[in-house]
Design a protein around this ligand. Structure first.
Ligand code: NAD
Length: 348
């Protein structure tokens, strides 16, 4: 259910204050960079480990630095002179990646450890951290008809191995930098963000992008089958990236949310089978389903309880899934055909 927002975002930020976005070469960091640029902020420093030509989005007029924020000296350089720092840098991907590469996921703790300290030393006013629904206790997510997860469900802790524990640890860092050192930190727990300009092939892609690609590929090659990881009964909710960046802005500029993790997602739970049907419908095709039961499938069910975000912000993500997936499908279809014809696409 969409909630209109009578609240305007109250930013204590001038248009020429320096905003630093870590992970800006990636999906959500790239979208956030564009968002602030389009709002008129004139000093944005975008930082990512990837070489510049590999960034998903390069926004004109934005300072772009390619460096590894797991190194303390680089984190210090990145935070220099900043008024706000947004940490969206992490070594991550969809279930296929986070179940297989737990050490890489855990190593992202170096990024936040150095960046939050550098931000505090630089006198930054606000620090945002991108957390995840993977911090929630996995014992509560064993049924596809899961009860939606509320913020207090992260404790007692039994997070997703690797990725989830790293995020929970980083959340704790954010909470303590406020409690002991007075740095205003803001923490959003994202629930399955999707949209254009994200990973859509190669092993790190998430389920909406993977399903769009498989349907597009099947249509193009005349294949009549689609492979689904697990039995398709797993349930999730999905948040369109444009809602996600507005949510980040709201959350970071709300004093009630200092050092207080909050869900950022939709409450519209859907099974993977129904998501496949939706994408087939958008693509105008019907495929035979082959279930790969030994593939990574994650928890059985997960949904966001938005009671808290609605009560604090009088806002929640509202883009209907069909609208967001239609835009995502169109973007991936274009990428797919560009790649096939030998053109360079975002991930090449
Ligand atoms: P992404 O992989 O597209 O972007 C992350 C970026 O971080 C990448 O461009 C990567 O190169 C960069 N990075 C990794 N290690 C780095 C390092 N050491 N130094 C500098 N840059 C580094 O992922 P995304 O989907 O945009 O996710 C952004 C953030 O949101 C991440 O923290 C992620 O864990 C979190 N998150 C995303 C989702 C989602 O559904 N996409 C869900 C929950 C949480």
């Amino acid at each position: 259910m969409a909630v209109s927002s009578p609240n305007t975002i109250e930013r204590d930020l001038a248009l020429d204050d320096l905003i630093v976005i870590a992970g800006a070469g990636g999906f959500i960091g790239g979208a956030l960079t564009r968002y602030f640029h389009d709002k008129g902020f004139s000093r944005i420093r975008a930082v990512d480990r990837k070489p510049l030509p590999d960034w998903f989005q390069r926004v004109p007029g934005v300072e772009c630095l390619s460096m590894d924020l797991g190194e303390k000296a680089n984190a210090t350089r990145a935070a220099e002179g900043a008024t706000e720092v947004y940490n969206l840098a992490a070594d991550m991907g969809g279930m296929g990646f986070i179940e297989q590469f737990r050490i890489e996921c855990l190593r992202s703790s170096l990024i936040n450890t150095h960046l939050i300290d550098a931000a505090w030393r630089a006198g930054v006013r606000r620090y945002f951290y991108a957390s995840t629904a993977c911090v929630y206790n996995t014992e509560l997510q064993k049924d596809p008809n899961v009860r939606a997860l509320k913020e207090s469900d992260a404790y007692p802790a039994m997070a997703e191995r690797g990725y989830g524990w790293e995020k929970l640890f980083a959340e704790m860092f954010c909470e303590e930098y406020w409690a002991e050192r007075g740095l205003k930190t803001h923490i959003a727990r994202f629930h399955n963000v999707y949209g254009p300009n994200g990973t859509w092939f190669g092993g790190r892609e998430k389920v909406p992008a993977a399903i769009c690609r498989k349907v597009i590929e099947a249509k193009d090659t005349g294949k009549t089958e689609i492979e689904i990881w697990g039995d398709g009964t797993q349930t999730r909710s999905f948040c369109f990236v444009e809602d996600c960046v507005v949510g980040i802005d709201h959350i970071t500029h709300c004093n009630r949310l200092i050092a207080t993790p909050i869900n950022l997602g939709t409450q519209d739970i859907i099974s993977i089978n129904d998501l496949v049907s939706l994408v087939e419908d958008i693509g105008g095709v019907k495929l035979t389903r082959r279930y790969k039961l030994d593939a990574p499938r994650g928890v059985a069910g997960r949904n966001s309880d938005n009671t808290f975000i609605k009560s604090v912000l009088n806002w929640e993500p509202s883009t209907p899934l069909r609208t967001g997936i239609t835009k995502t499908y169109a973007w991936i279809e274009e990428q797919y055909h560009d790649r096939k014809s030998g053109k360079r696409v975002v991930q090449d």
